[in-house]
Design a protein around this ligand. Structure first.
Ligand code: NAD
Length: 287
């Protein structure tokens, strides 16, 4: 079996077209959706992510502000910028690009973002709302994965899903979204014994570890749907995922490539979250 390739570039382009229409409708009603992205330091990968996010906003007709600060910025200075953006009516979404320099506490910074502008969905109150089944914002990467599974008509009710990686930004919210959709979910981490035993029982495998090509075809159940969240750089400077694509695609029924899979979906869902935030502002104004 050679797996169907789940094309994140094409699906994200369709989503961004819908975003552009919703942005135009909001703008016509006097609310131009606005996203502020803050980058502290000069991490090269973060710079690329931030640039791509801002470019996607502009292409879809959203207002975007990129604030870039040196790594020497103090946490207090960063908090003051976040507070100013919280109070800015032209801004509906605020994103502080992680990782932050070591002298800052990312939790304190994320908690400073107004929950209704936390388009990454990382604030504890948004994590709590997701946990209790009433999400305000779904974290962009797992939200994008759900959109891919939906677009591919992957049955979720009763499916066995194994997520490898238990981070707050990918693995845990991914588990909650899949569980809400009726899947039976196992979350594996670096201490999991016999990882392959888990993955071989899974209808859906989501891998988000940052360990290049750690899941190969021998670890998969024939016909599994494989979602590779990982973004790693090889010694030759090429991008690769956490899944060994060549062997996995011979066993899986559908698989996301890297690049061109989950990555573009994450950006598209950031735009969706910003639109949703702006739509809520308009609705509040009309009541
Ligand atoms: P993280 O480092 O915060 O978490 C990694 C998780 O993987 C941890 O729970 C750890 O226990 C687990 N893990 C590590 N080694 C393991 C092993 N050998 N077996 C089982 N579990 C193991 O990482 P993160 O922020 O969740 O990111 C994971 C990967 O996803 C990275 O490659 C990152 O670049 C990528 N990522 C991609 C996108 C995207 O848009 N495509 C978004 C976010 C993160």
């Amino acid at each position: 079996m050679t797996a169907r390739v789940i094309d994140g570039v094409a699906l994200s382009a369709r989503i961004r077209e819908e975003v552009a229409l919703r942005a135009a409708a909001l703008t016509a009603q006097g609310v131009r959706p606005g996203l502020a992205v803050i980058l502290v330091g000069i991490d090269p990968a973060s710079q690329v992510y931030v640039r791509n996010k801002v470019a996607a906003c502009e292409k879809a007709g959203l207002h975007s502000v990129m604030e870039q600060y040196p790594a020497t910025m103090t946490q207090q200075e960063l908090l003051e910028r976040v507070h100013a953006l919280n109070a800015d009516p032209a801004i509906h979404g605020i994103l502080v690009q992680l990782p932050l320099p070591k002298h800052m506490d990312p939790h304190q910074v994320i908690e400073a973002i107004a929950a209704q502008k936390d388009v990454d969905g990382f604030h504890v109150s948004n994590a709590g709302l997701l946990m209790t089944g009433k999400p305000l914002f779904r974290p962009c990467t797992p939200y994008g994965v759900m959109k891919m599974l939906e677009a591919e008509n992957v049955p979720l009710r009763g499916a066995v899903a194994v997520i490898i990686g238990a981070s707050n930004i990918v693995g845990k919210p991914m588990a909650l979204l899949l569980q809400s959709a009726g899947a039976t979910v196992t979350i594996c981490n670096s201490k999991t014994r016999d990882l392959a035993w888990h993955t071989r029982h899974a209808d859906i495998v989501v891998v988000a570890t940052g360990r290049p090509r750690m899941v190969d075809g021998s670890m998969l159940k024939p016909g599994a749907v494989v979602i590779d969240v990982g973004i790693n750089r090889t010694a030759e400077g090429k991008l690769c995922g956490d899944v060994d694509y060549e062997s996995a695609r011979e066993v899986a029924s559908a698989i996301t490539p890297v690049p061109g899979g989950v990555g573009p979906m994450t950006i598209a869902m950031l735009l969706v979250n910003t639109i949703e935030a702006a739509e809520r502002t308009l609705a509040a104004r009309q009541h």
